[in-house]
Design a protein around this ligand. Sequence first.
Ligand code: ZN
Length: 808
Amino acid sequence: MFKKIFLFVKKYKKPIIAALAVLLFVYWLILPSRLFTDDVSMVIEDRDGNLLAAHISSDGQWRFPERDSIPEKVAISITQFEDKRFRWHWGIDVFAMARATFLNLKYMKVVSGGSTISMQVIRLWRKNNDRSMWEKLIEMIFATRLEFSYSKDQILSLYLSHAPFGGNVVGIDAASWRYFGCQPEKLSWAEAATLAVLPNSPALIHPGRNRNSLTIKRNFLLKKLYEKKIIDKDTYLLSLEEEIPEEPKPFPQIAPHLLTRFYNDNSQYKDGTSKYHSLLRTTIDIQLQKQINTIIAENAERLEKMQIFNAAALVIDVETGDALAYVGNVTDNEDEKNGRKVDIITAERSTGSVLKPMLYAAMLTSGEILPNALVPDIPIYIDGYSPKNFNKGFDGAVPAHRAMARSLNVPAVKMLNQYGTKRFHHVLNKTGMTTIHFNPDHYGLSLILGGCEGTLWELCGVYASMARTLNHYTTYDGKYYEGDWFMPNYMKTKSIENQKKEIDKSELENSSLFSASAIWLTFRAMLDVERPEQEGNWWAFNSTEWISWKTGTSFGFRDAWAIGLTPRYVVGVWIGNADGEGRPEIVGVKTAAPLLFDIFGVLPSAGKWFDKPFDDMTKTRICRESGYIASENCPNVDSTWIPANGQRFQTCPYHKIVHLDQSRKWRVHSDCESPNEMIHEPWFILPPTIEMFYKSRNPSYKQLPPYRPDCLETLSSQKAAAMEIIYPKPGVRIYIPIDLDQKRSSTIFEVAHRDPAAIIFWHIDDQYIGQTQNFHKLAVNPEVGKHKLTLIDENGEQIMVDFEIIDK
Ligand SMILES: [Zn+2]
């Protein structure tokens, strides 16, 4: 017999070798390089690997991505239950097979499969429920092949990732979270044993039914573990006492809006090419995220009473740009109404006043403003546009830093008008904001008052870039790195990439979008942000930390913003209604600011505040009254650190030398007084309109003394204008709307006079129309066409302006 075979082999040696080679080759090829290609759930983790949220897979399964490590207790329990000799066999366990065959014959039914874990991996992969001998044979062949390509740990890991755990739960991760609300590494022995017996009979987990059989199976396994001295007696006895899980638990939804964003932003994780990607690591800090979820949830109740349903908060690490907390909206698992599914962090909303610091920083950078320089705060009409302050009043003139801190609209518009809408539009685009969709003309001056839109994400990003630039200024020896300007990031891989970046000295530049001193002074001014006067009860924000902050309220009370920062963190808060419904309480400082300070309350302290960037500053003589560079006429001069470029700023235009007589009560001039008798004194003189508002808010303002009566007669051109027309401005075209009763309503003209008691006589086209005293405002109603307004005061001084009334 053997001889025959031997001869046969000898005769057909070559064809046999060839046939064997082909068989071996086929054997090698039967396993694809990747076994399981099912769609997986999208799962996001925090920066340290804690589960934040999960999204069900496209085929409706809770199937986590394959894991690359094995949780120890589960691994031991599974092998003890399913395949004791797993570590030693080569895909097939002959002893187990023999035992199974014996038992099956004895009981005349299938009581044991004798399948190894390797064989079960093959069965899961082939998705074949056929339990015939033929199928079993195929599984055995494949299982041996599997052992060639995979280590034991890898095989176990494949099994744990793809085994069924009842219902739509696939794999140990989903099962662990679903039944025990924790990651598999944290399971107790009893829990691990419960899960270990499930893949064999997944239906046992259904609550209500099969409780007993599941308990019996689990306890059987626990006993085995005890007998094998894997667990000690105490553990064994305590484990027996543990309950079998009841209802499956919902997956943690600690950052549901970030999960949705991850899902929408990263199509590669959806279309199959990278769907097996390991768990997606975010930059979130789960503890902080939970704390801020709580803060938002607590405030949500309070806000809901005011019919405000949505709130969002974001915490950014300045240095890395990492998002540490991302609360896209009020999280409400039960209730999907009120737009709470919307991720507000990426929603484009009206910016209100939150761009004002950027204009201030831009103008400080170019030397077009100084922190203490007075900016007019008077009624203005530019391009038919008449902005009002939040408090509806005017201060006459305010130091620029105070105007910014108090968020005054008129000074902001004045400053933008001076800086130029086009230039500021360019600056905003350079910051990296992507929401400035229209051209500068579309926005006009409203650009600074919320006319354009922004997202909480990008606005926080811009402030973080500013803080980063300032933090690095000294490290870079007084230079700037363009790469410091970037938008926040929520992916851990990106964060690691960012931090690895090495900066070559040759990449450093001498200038930046905003200079270091401009940023420092802007943040300095933002420390002094105060409430608009309108609000009566102000809660003191008691914080030991220096926090620069800015609030914003959009037109129609639709968006309330608060953005704050320290050298370490930027925090942004948005409050409003996702559907844009306005509410009187939606005011940045009132609704958003308290949350901002609550959030800073749970953040670690930044330690010290920003270093003053002396290299980018210069000590200059500044007029104390005007805040301009001091002229020789300025009596009070302070030596102040200003941005290096600030030296280009104007010298004080307000201090002028006036000539007084010996009594100092009267002004005189050379036609009525001998120069020897005159006293020459510097005097702080504001233009009439500014003065009118300024003196009521600044009691120390000393008005210019009047001319001595005998000097009035000979007064010619020396006299400073006593009157100034506030409205209409020369050449303005005015449209007066028609009332309901078909009559044209009237328009209000306004004039300022240095002497409040002065009487002004009003004329249109040389026709006397009335007179005013104290408050020089008059309602007029001229015909359509061109006109001339003439004003004459009691001293005979006269001013004129042309204007036109248009039909439509
Ligand atoms: Zn001055």
